[in-house]
Ligand binder design. Structure first.
Ligand code: AMP
Length: 575
């Protein structure tokens, strides 16, 4: 972190947030601000513009939402919004709205997401009733501005969230147009995972003497990171408990510390893990020292296998026998990652650090890799058959041990009587089955969809990750909202990219950003993963990474582009 606007406050209360917000945060189980929040909230509260480098997972949403809500009159009555938050995708619009709604519930904050794809009538009605905060994708925001159904005269704050992604999706002009409609007196906050020159250009033009927050700038000397095998699994939130269960089954840690973000998550996860047969103990900031000591005692004496904890609760914990650190979520900053995994891999022993990341958090892993200068290997979530194989292997080694160590004579009579009737191998098989079932091997049949690592650009905004095969030519530059994106016509796809045929084109008023928007909304790809786009009169061609092609086709077929369902398939060429 660089340039601290004020001394970093250690708690939300020290930031002088109003009691309604403090109660909301405590209800959500947030124990302390994340580093981004520590720096951004005081600066925004002080009225400064802000340019922040922050990826998903850093807590950036609360960093801009809390100051906006701090200023709102309780049960505000004005008709027009006081804050406008621009986001690249529908998914993010919904997510950010929900977060603000949760933080601002007691204040009666009226939050409205508006995005393309949703019937405009519904949005019109909500806008008519009056709103405090609008969270919008740029295209749809402009539609409403043009219809005069979204009026911006009362705006105090404008937030550009995931600005680099919005530029990637061709929204540069729309953002310009929207900003010119907003009051000169507004406060502007810009968050972006990467800070390439074009973001700087926007910041110079539209932000006034912004406070700058940049992550990942502190150098962590090589050699400071301990000997730790680091891996990560990309998994959707809904499948995280099952994925963690499987990873633990495969890893079989002697003692593990599982980190969660919030108190609520700690309690819930500890319960779920107990349901899976682990002896898991919860530990969070709401517990006193004696309770924490008791939990530690249980881990030390091996009456517990896992401690599920928040960062606050785990501070100062020193556990010798720890073999695994598990990040149930990507930590909110690289420093905290390094600090967490530093708890294993001591005294020359190799420790293991496992991180579960949601698809959108993939970039945060890249930031961490850069800081630690160590690779984090993306692994596949173990499948049900991997688990079965592993469980059988455990049964086999238990039997092997028993054959070597135990005095088995007292069981001889059972085998001998049964072999009068059955073959000895049959008898052995039945015995193995019973032993296997008695070992508590979990029956886990949940289907966890495989998600390939997202081929995102690295966080410096330079080149795309190797293998992403992005359409040539326009990386890092402005993304022209023209008929051809990526600069190639008609040629073969890049290796690693598949070309899709979309049955709508110029006549249907399809623009590149409509395609990018639809794909980014409906699949896990982001704007920058999408390659060349070509728009003809009646159809369009768009390149996507080969390993995501089927997912994108299925998603687009199930949805609509500019309100119409369109034909989507792999391009066979030769038209
Ligand atoms: P974001 O980077 O804004 O997408 O936030 C990532 C996740 O962190 C969300 O699930 C938030 O609910 C959570 N979060 C944000 N701030 C905090 C905090 N101070 N403590 C715990 N969790 C947080």
């Amino acid at each position: 972190m660089t340039e601290q606007p004020t001394a970093d406050p250690n708690s939300f209360a020290e930031m002088d947030l109003r009691p309604e917000l403090l109660r909301a945060l405590s209800g959500l189980g947030y124990e302390e601000p994340t580093p981004i929040q520590r720096e951004a909230i005081p600066a925004i509260l002080a009225g400064r513009d802000l340019l922040g480098q922050a990826a998903t997972g850093t807590g950036k949403t609360a960093a801009f939402a809390l100051p906006v809500l701090q200023r709102m009159t309780r049960n505000r009555r004005e008709h027009d919004p006081m804050a406008l938050i621009l986001v690249p995708t529908r998914e993010l619009a919904v997510q950010v709205s929900e977060a603000i709604h949760r933080y601002g519930r007691e204040l009666g904050a009226r939050v409205l997401p508006i995005y393309g794809g949703q019937p405009i009538v519904r949005q019109l009605r909500s806008l008519e009733r009056g709103v405090d905060v609008v969270v919008a994708t740029p295209g749809r925001a402009l539609d409403h501005i043009a219809r005069k159904t979204l009026r911006l005269d009362q705006l105090e704050t404008v937030v550009l969230d995931e600005a680099d992604e919005m530029l990637d999706m061709g929204f540069a002009e729309d953002i310009e147009s929207i900003l010119t409609e907003t009051p000169k007196t507004r406060q502007t906050v810009l968050f972006s995972a990467t800070l390439p020159p074009r973001i700087d250009k926007i910041a110079r033009k539209h932000l006034r003497d912004p406070s700058r927050i940049q992550m990942g700038r502190e150098s962590t000397g090589e050699g400071e990171t301990p000997l730790v095998r680091q891996s990560a699994y990309i998994v959707a939130r809904a499948h995280k408990p099952a994925a963690l269960g499987r990873v633990l089954d495969i890893e079989a840690p002697t003692a593990a510390l599982v980190f969660c973000r919030t108190r609520a998550e700690v309690d819930q996860l500890a319960e779920q893990l107990n349901g899976r047969g682990y002896r898991a103990e919860a530990m969070h900031g709401g517990m006193d020292q004696a309770q924490r000591d008791r939990v530690m005692g249980r881990l030390r004496s091996s009456t517990a296998d896992l401690i599920v904890a928040t960062d606050v609760a785990a501070r100062g914990l020193d556990i010798d026998q720890l073999t695994h650190v598990i990040n149930y979520d990507v930590p909110s900053d690289p420093e905290s990652y390094i600090h967490r995994i530093g708890r294993v891999g001591r005294a020359g022993r190799e420790g293991v650090a496992v991180t579960l990341a949601e698809p959108r958090e993939h970039r945060m892993l890249k930031v961490i890799e850069r800081m630690t200068r160590q690779p984090i290997v993306i692994e596949k979530v173990p499948t049900v058959s991997d688990l079965r194989a592993r469980q059988l292997e455990l049964t086999r080694s238990a039997l092997h041990e028993s054959l070597l160590e135990d005095d088995l004579d007292s069981y001889r009579v059972v085998v001998e009587t049964l072999t009068d009737e059955f073959d000895v191998v049959q008898v052995a098989l039945a015995a193995v089955k019973l032993a296997h079932e008695a070992s508590g091997a979990a029956a886990d049949e949940e289907h966890i969809p495989e998600i390939a690592a997202r081929p995102a650009k690295d966080s410096r905004g330079s080149k795309p990750a190797v293998g992403s095969g992005r359409g040539g030519g326009s990386d890092g530059g402005t993304r022209p909202d023209s008929a051809v994106r990526g600069g190639r016509r008609g040629g073969a796809s890049d290796p690693g990219m598949a070309r899709l045929f979309v049955g709508a084109g110029r006549i249907a008023k399809i623009r590149p950003k409509d395609l990018v928007g639809a794909i980014a909304n409906e699949s896990r790809l982001s704007g920058r993963d999408i390659g060349a786009i070509e728009i003809a009169d009646r159809f369009s061609l768009v390149e996507v990474p080969e390993d995501s092609a089927d997912e994108v086709i299925a998603a687009l077929r199930a949805s609509s582009i500019k309100g119409k369902s369109v034909q989507v398939r792999r391009d066979r060429g030769g038209r």
